[in-house]
Design a binder for this molecule. Structure first.
Ligand code: GLN
Ligand code: ZN
Length: 745
């Protein structure tokens, strides 16, 4: 069989792209130097994939920031406010991704959204009513030619027109029919150009096909493809899907003159049934995604060969591929020199998965490596089995708690706070590294953190924030930090995965049963509380997020793992309360991550255990203890009742980068939790003005009862610089005061 992959991690083995891009942002290297690094990375990657024995190599899976933004820009979908800045094309590109504040103007970034059910985030394209869609860029052709020069004929990858359109925000007044028509012909033009350049195949990524689709959606898909396929000439078109099955569009896909269809046999529960049941057209190529592009465990070849046998009975031409792009897994196990071989032998990252594809092609049949060591902890399993229904419920009920807490805290109207972390400046990172490598002692490290906490608390006190945080200086990452203090997790040295743009995360691995050997955060929070009269908010990561931002084990259910973690975090909550911490935030930034892509599966397969697991964490606290939670991105309009059922007292979330449409939804569903919709965007270095924040608060207060509102940034500040952070928060406090004065009346 032929082997290929859907895509490869583009940040580089050692995050070279991230570091180069950040240098460019800081003005330390030129655009040309950045492009040089990008080129080296691409070329190194193509060669690596070729040398691993993969037959067909993609190009264009590389991106300087995000592949959806690349596709939008390729077709001229750049909102006017960015075009008007008069920047270079590269600067305009980054202005959309990160906002721009400088000589040429002041524009916010485009919204960033979760890429389906992953922890990757894409930049949401915006179709303005006045939009002209046309092929204006050359990137796929350029990168194809770049590879060709190296003697490699690649298969260019572009986000497909259907997914681009489905994901785009559409301005009112947009003529959708005209946009579809223009998009179809612009993609057609790209196909012609690629064929002229010598390409044999193009891969159009269409993950939007795996969600529930309406007749109208399908008709749109058909129109787009009929139009673009008319211009394909000799070029073969692969429609690549992933993250699920294409039950709604299978018939459409198989009846169109598409040359190849890429299907996910790992996450697509009905994929095999579709292919074996309805049959697969003999004239088409089936790209069978059988190597998991999202997990880090070695493939069970015996099981995969059996699956492949059935696939090959149904389809005449089969190409072996990954279930999705490998951008969702770390680069290579080769760098994991700290992990014992008994662990390492069970792992496969992107590079190793290339080897799995070729091994499968050669007919490898071994059934994995048998039992894993150090997995079971009977005590933990007994504790989970002993959870009763009442453990999932906090009393007294919400309204009563709300009254008690207003009395207890005496906070002003529109209380101000932050989401937890403060800038992780160079000294913070350097000191942590020095501690890790043994250059400084644990005591020296603790002293340093205490010094940072003291400065941070004093600054917040002086600036006038109402609820103080300790700053999270001791944490590298909100999930890894907790994993490191819990039994049952493993950590990688270099297991970085891109989260958005230049931001990468290093998810821990859930290896065995999880428990908490000792308190984790109590010392830091208590120290911070000892320095101020104001309440200090304890800061924890919730069980769902810890699991969703880890690589889960596959021998027990996700539910079982989440409950184990919930019990561990519950112990921490109770210890914080005992230590005098009266406000505790349990972050569930990633609650939505594993929400099934199809609505019909939401409750039965996920929310029915994820929401109670969160309640298990806080149900043991007193009425006077205020529980906060935080979610990144306001993409939960459709699960508001479930969010309310977390039964937290306050929820903060991102709202500044998207429209505040969520507010109407909150009112409509009679949302009861107090809320802090983020009033400014922390994913961008831009400093919001006081007026801007006041306007935002007032806008929010026209919909939401002002008594229920908190004022805060939309996420943690750790990735930001110190100066911009201080300016922004000073403005935030001033804005809250101003809004208080006007809204109280
Ligand atoms: N408390 C965390 C922080 O401030 C929350 C981060 C997040 O939501 N991603 O960093
Ligand atoms: Zn957040």
């Amino acid at each position: 069989m032929t082997t290929t992959i859907v895509g490869f991690p583009r940040v580089g083995a050692h995050r070279e792209l991230k570091f180069a891009t950040e240098k460019f942002f800081r003005g330390e290297i030129s655009a040309t130097e950045l492009q040089e690094t990008a080129k080296e990375l691409r070329q190194g990657q193509w060669k690596l994939i070729r040398n691993a024995g993969i037959d067909e190599i993609p190009s264009g899976d590389f991106s300087l920031y995000d592949q959806t933004l690349d596709a939008a820009v390729l077709f001229g979908i750049v909102p006017k406010r960015y075009r008007d800045l008069g920047l270079t094309p590269l600067e305009t590109y980054f202005a959309q991704a990160r906002g721009y504040q400088g000589e040429k103007g002041d524009v916010k970034a485009l919204p960033m959204k979760k890429w389906f059910n992953t922890n990757y985030h894409y930049i949401e394209p915006e179709l303005e009513a006045s939009q002209t869609i046309a092929l204006t860029g050359t990137q796929p052709v350029d990168q194809f030619l770049e590879a060709k020069e190296q003697g490699i004929i690649t298969r260019p990858v572009v986000v497909g027109p259907f997914t681009l359109f489905q994901l785009a925000k559409k301005e009112e007044g947009l003529d959708e029919d005209a946009a579809i028509e223009a998009l179809g012909s612009a993609y057609g033009e790209l196909l012609t150009k690629l064929a002229d350049a010598g390409a044999h195949w193009i891969q159009l990524d269409e993950p939007s096909l795996v969600v529930d689709l309406s007749e109208e959606d399908l008709a749109r898909f058909t129109r787009l493809y009929e139009s673009l396929l008319a211009n394909k000439g000799t070029l073969k078109v692969l429609v690549q899907t992933y993250f699920g099955d294409v039950r709604d569009s299978y018939d459409t896909l198989t009846s169109l003159p598409i040359d190849g269809i890429g299907l996910d046999f790992v996450e697509g529960r009905q994929t095999l049934k579709l292919v074996t049941g309805s049959g697969f057209p003999a004239e088409k190529t089936l790209f069978a995604g059988v190597v998991n592009g999202k997990n880090i465990w070695r493939n069970n070849f015996a099981a995969t060969q059996e699956l492949l046998g059935r696939v090959r009975d149904a389809a005449a031409t089969v190409v072996l591929t990954t279930s999705c792009s490998l951008q969702h897994v770390p680069y290579s196990v080769e760098y994991e020199t700290d992990l014992a071989p008994k662990y390492v032998k069970h792992l496969a990252f992107a590079v190793e998965k290339l080897g799995e594809l070729t091994a499968l092609d050669r007919g490898a049949t071994d059934a994995g490596l048998g039992e894993r060591d150090d997995v079971t902890d009977r005590k933990v399993q007994k504790r989970v089995a002993g959870i009763t229904e009442s453990d999932y419920h906090r009393s007294p009920e919400r309204d009563k708690r709300d009254r008690v807490q207003r009395e207890e805290f005496q906070l002003p109207l529109l209380p101000t706070t932050t989401i937890g972390s403060f800038p992780q400046t160079t000294d913070v990172k350097a000191t942590r590294k020095a501690y890790r490598t043994g250059e400084i002692t644990a005591a020296e490290y603790a002293d340093f953190n205490k010094k940072k906490i003291a400065e941070c608390v004093a600054w917040q006190d002086q600036t006038g924030l109402d609820v103080i945080v300790h700053g999270e200086y001791e944490r590298n990452d909100m999930v890894e930090y907790f994993g490191q203090h819990l039994d049952g997790f493993l950590f990688t040295r270099n297991g970085w995965v891109q989260s958005y743009g230049t931001r990468c995360v290093k998810p821990p691995l859930v290896w065995g049963d999880v428990s908490r050997p000792a308190p984790i955060t109590v010392e830091w929070s208590s120290y911070a509380q000892s320095l101020t009269e104001k309440p200090v908010k304890g800061m924890l990561t919730g069980p769902v997020t810890i699991l969703n931002w880890s690589f889960p084990r596959e021998d027990i259910s996700i539910k079982e793992s989440i409950l184990q973690i919930a019990l561990a975090i519950r112990d921490e909550v109770l210890d914080l309360e005992r230590a005098g911490i009266r406000i505790i935030q349990v972050d569930e930034a990633a609650l939505r991550e594993k929400l099934p892509l199809r609505r019909s599966d939401w409750f039965s397969e996920y929310l029915d255990f994820a929401i109670p697991a969160f309640r298990l964490v806080h149900s043991g606290v007193d009425a006077t203890t205020q529980i906060h939670t935080h979610m990144c991105y306001s993409q939960f309009t459709d699960i508001l009742p479930a969010i309310d059922a977390l039964d937290a007292d306050v929820i903060t979330f991102e709202a500044s980068r998207s429209d505040l449409e969520i507010l109407d939804a909150l009112v409509e569903c009679d949302f009861r939790t107090n809320i802090g919709p983020g009033v400014y965007d922390i994913h961008s270095p831009r400093v919001p003005s006081v007026e801007e924040i006041v306007t935002q608060i007032k806008r929010i207060a026209t919909t939401i009862d002002v008594k229920k509102l908190w004022v805060n940034p939309d996420c943690g500040l750790k990735t930001r610089g110190e100066e911009e952070t201080k300016k922004s928060l000073t403005n935030l406090v001033a804005a809250a005061r101003e809004a208080r004065d006007t809204l109280r009346r």
